[in-house]
Design a protein around this ligand. Sequence first.
Ligand code: NI
Length: 175
Amino acid sequence: MADTYKIIIVPDPVLREKAQAVETLTDPLRTQMDRMLATMYEAPGIGLAANQVGLLNRVVVMDIAQREDPGTRRPICMVNPEIIWTSEEPSTWEEGCLSIPGQYAEVQRPKAVRVKYIGYDGTPHEDYFENLGAHCVQHEIDHLNGVLFVDYLSSLKRNMILKKVEKAQRAETVL
Ligand code: NI
């Protein structure tokens, strides 16, 4: 198992930055993906974007198989992921985020998307996602653009959630 990264929590500004496109898939980048997957599984979570471990390159890892069938792992690594089609039909799902620990809210997004990306093997891929998978991949690509799921909520609700996390983080630091 690869080493893990420390997961960055709001309000760290790196979560608001736009990650840069990757130009070549190198071994250090594959090591980054291995470490991101290890970090995600350990958390545990179903998706993780590079910004969340303090890296500003366009890399996302996810695995929703474990959620549907515990014990099963079907990791997907995406370099430079891009949404190329979204369904008209929306879907509402309760989302959370490893960078906003303990907080969940319903978010509305397109119910299905097609995404193109460079895979772990360095070749181009195109995948279709719906429901949980669609929410997850859109949520992770948002991270690469400095966008968080709370941005889809009212400012009242967003500020409430962010304040709760800051308060919890402060309490943890004091203890
Ligand atoms: Ni997230």
